[in-house]
Design a protein around this ligand. Sequence first.
Ligand code: KIV
Length: 310
Amino acid sequence: MRIFKKRREDTCAVQSTSCEISKSPFLFATALGVGGASPHRFSPQLALSNGQLIFRASGMKDFRQMKQRGEKITALTAYDYPTARLLDESGIDIILVGDSVGMVVLGYLDTTDVTLDEMLHHTRAAARGVKQALLVADMPIHTYDTPVQAAETARKLVDAGAQAVKLEGGLSHVAQIAAITHAGIPFMAHIGMLPQHVREQGGYRIKGRTQMEVEALLEDARAVEDAGAFSVVLEIVLTDVAKQITNAIRIPTIGIGSGEHCDGQILVTHDLIGLFPWFTPKFVSPEARVAEEIRRAARAFIERTRGTAG
Ligand code: KIV
């Protein structure tokens, strides 16, 4: 890896977030000695963009230092090339290819039907649009039931272009998290409300209401930090409990519906931009109404085409 990095620096003379290196990716990859059947297998640093092989700078910032400095971390979801590219160009820190893709793009009832093939497909698409942000991919349910399976799944997502992976679980999954981090793959944890377990949990219920839940959450947060996570998503955790967790660990907490005391915030982009108008979580204040714009544009097109426009 070190040798590879050195060669990369030699080749990319200019210090930029990415640099075009060859019109012939396969030849170039062979020259680097990192060949494989698919360009995605070369390295997470190498990606095809508009038919050209590019080197992507790692979007991994020192998130612990950001926490220490009190700099808020920003994260949004993307599942396709244009959205990922737009978010990346906007300066977002982290782009998550979330398994929320199942609900807001694929039309499933929840995230439990999302497959690894679907996640790989969407991760490849998003990766083509990202130059500066850290691209994290979700590991779907039942793709990390054992530590060996977890490391294999994480590797596949990295081969598809992710720079880090996320799975749902705390103390119960330290063996899986350790397997992933020992494989050298950056890991983001996810505790609190776990959407992959929505059916057993009987809905999207707020966490941290009882002392037992608070203690379990604190234990989860410390366990994922010890297992090597670089950050932890707190999903719909009571504001004061999220604050307590944030103060108890050195890695940043990234909240979703967990109040303003977290070290960063993450949202499903469709919720933020009003692209899934049939349901908006209570904690989201949409910044745009994209669904309405789509309807307006479609109606205008229909009227223009039918000749009924006034
Ligand atoms: O799948 C997803 O989008 C997520 C975020 C809501 C954190 O896990």
